[in-house]
Structure formats: structure tokens, C-alpha cells
Ligand binder design. Structure first.
Ligand SMILES: NC(=O)C1=CN([C@@H]2O[C@H](COP(=O)(O)OP(=O)(O)OC[C@H]3O[C@@H](n4cnc5c(N)ncnc54)[C@H](O)[C@@H]3O)[C@@H](O)[C@H]2O)C=CC1
Ligand SMILES: O=C(O)C1=N[C@H](C(=O)O)C[C@H](O)C1
Length: 233
């Protein structure tokens, strides 16, 4: 595939390495909103840019008939707008808050555990995420997906970064130099705790998942998730 990288920062560069290893070529590397760019020479675009630029980048691809996948976090208030545009242009779109194959298994584990814990109201859940200090958004997109997974299976109604009320899931977002991404779910009662945790050792897992997702969607039409890519029902 000829790949356009919309965002050539830490993730854009990691994706370039994996994509080339897997026999693809990079035909565009875009790094700013002011750059004019043409999608003429690409088969698919991969957006890992900024929360403030993802919607414009994704829209431009869909309007040009180029399949696009996005890993940029912090823009999901506009997700429905992008879905409508993808439908009206008969395009191809996939968003994932986390492309790591391990995290997508962790998402399923989280929902299974939440369903079990729903029967045990003495446990209070907390989601904790740790990322590098350059991260612009908090909480992480992955922490939001995890919290929504718990909300779907329990009586919790929303998440908060503040002190949680009875029906709220507290998310603790920590920023520590050079941490690629760590997520932990903790259920705590008076007598014990249950924890599940995913630790990314580098950005390679995110990049590999993004290239695998691009390979999966590039010849398909519609709106996809990593569950489609991994064939999880
Ligand atoms: N879904 C996932 O698996 C993952 C998602 N992310 C998310 O991806 C995004 C990027 O992460 P990093 O690469 O670590 O950030 P980064 O800051 O290293 O790179 C972002 C790049 O986008 C460029 N940029 C600025 N305006 C742009 C525009 N209009 N169009 C295209 N590029 C533009 C910046 O110059 C910068 O080079 C963040 O939102 C982050 O949360 C990061 C890792 C994994
Ligand atoms: O900004 C990052 O680095 C990451 N962002 C994603 C998120 O917000 O969940 C995924 C990953 O944890 C790394």
C-alpha cells in the first residue's frame, strides 16, 4: 500500500518503520495544519496528529475518497459527524483509541471482569493511566474506552477526573517522563483488591496494530473498529 502519514511525530515515525518492514511505502508525511497536501499518490491515510487537527484531516480524506484510519485521541465529540461524512461519501474509516493488539484483548478482559464485579457492590473501581509528559489530552482515549466498557456492564453512569461520586468511575491520569502508556483497572473493597493492568513497553505495538488495521480496511467500505480487525464478536 502507498500510505499517507497525517502526523509525523512519535507515532508517525514508528508507523513508518513498521509499514516499510511490511512492504508498504510512505508517499506523504504531513506535520502541520498549514501544509497544503495532496492525497493523489496514496491508497490509505493514517492519522496520528493532534486532537485539534484530526477532524479536518479525516474529513479531507473521506471527501477525497481515500480510506482513513485514525489513532488520534481527544476529538471524539465529533465522532458522529465523521461517521455521517463516511456514510454520505461511501468511504472507509476506522478509529481506535489504542491500536495495540494486547490492549484490544485487555478491553475484552475489562468488560468480562466488569460484568462479574457488577454483582459485588462493595468493590469501588478506579481506572489509572500513566503517559509521557508531552501528552496533550487527559484522560487518555484508552482510559475513556476502559471506563465506557465498565459503564456498559455495571451501574456506573459516567467517569470523572475529579473525586468520584457513588455512580462515577474515578480516572487517575498521571504524567511521567518517557512512559509510552500504562493502564490499570483496580477494584478495591475493605478486605482486598483486584487489579488488571496493561503496560506498553514501547510504541511498536501501537504502530503494528495501526498498520495491520490499514491492511485490513484498505479494500473495504464502511466504518470499522479493532474488533472487526481482530474478529472479536
Ligand atoms: N490510538 C493509539 O494507539 C495511539 C494514539 N496516540 C495518539 O496519537 C496522537 C499523536 O501522538 P504522537 O505521535 O505521540 O504525538 P506527537 O506530538 O509526537 O506527533 C503529532 C504530530 O502531528 C503533527 N501535526 C500538527 N498539526 C498537524 C496537522 N494539522 N496535520 C497533521 N499533523 C499535524 C505535529 O507536528 C506532530 O509532529 C495523539 O493524539 C495520541 O494520543 C498515540 C499513541 C497510540
Ligand atoms: O498519547 C499517547 O502516547 C497515547 N495515546 C493513546 C491514548 O490516549 O489512549 C494510546 C496510548 O496509550 C498512547
Amino acid at each position: 500500500m502507498r500510505i499517507a502519514l497525517l502526523g509525523y511525530g512519535k507515532m508517525g515515525k514508528a508507523i513508518e518503520t513498521i509499514a516499510i518492514q511490511r512492504g508498504h511505502s510512505i508517499t506523504l508525511k504531513m506535520s502541520s495544519a498549514t501544509e497544503s497536501f495532496s492525497l493523489q499518490d496514496c491508497d490509505i491515510a493514517i492519522d496520528f496528529s493532534l486532537p485539534s487537527s484530526a477532524v479536518a484531516n479525516i474529513s479531507k480524506c473521506l471527501e477525497a475518497g481515500i480510506p482513513v484510519i485514525s489513532g488520534t485521541t481527544g476529538w471524539l465529540d465529533d465522532y458522529d459527524k465523521i461517521v455521517s461524512l463516511c456514510e454520505s461519501t461511501k468511504g472507509t474509516f476506522l478509529y481506535a483509541s489504542n491500536f495495540s493488539l494486547g490492549v484490544n484483548i485487555f478491553f475484552e478482559l475489562n468488560k468480562t471482569l466488569a460484568a462479574l464485579m457488577a454483582k459485588l457492590p462493595k468493590y469501588k473501581v478506579t481506572v489509572e493511566e500513566i503517559h509521557h509528559t508531552q501528552k496533550l489530552d487527559a484522560p487518555s482515549g484508552t482510559a475513556i474506552t476502559l471506563a465506557n466498557g465498565i459503564i456498559g456492564k455495571t451501574n456506573y453512569e459516567k467517569w470523572t477526573l475529579d473525586t468520584p461520586k457513588q455512580n462515577e468511575i474515578g480516572i487517575l491520569a498521571k504524567r511521567i517522563e518517557n512512559v509510552p502508556g500504562t493502564h490499570e483497572i483496580i477494584y478495591k473493597s475493605e478486605v482486598d483488591s483486584i487489579q488488571i493492568k496493561h503496560t506498553a513497553h514501547s510504541r511498536e505495538g501501537f504502530a503494528l496494530g495501526a498498520v495491520i488495521a490499514a491492511e485490513f480496511v484498505h479494500d473495504k467500505k464502511g466504518i470499522f473498529t479493532m474488533k472487526d480487525v481482530l474478529n472479536i464478536s
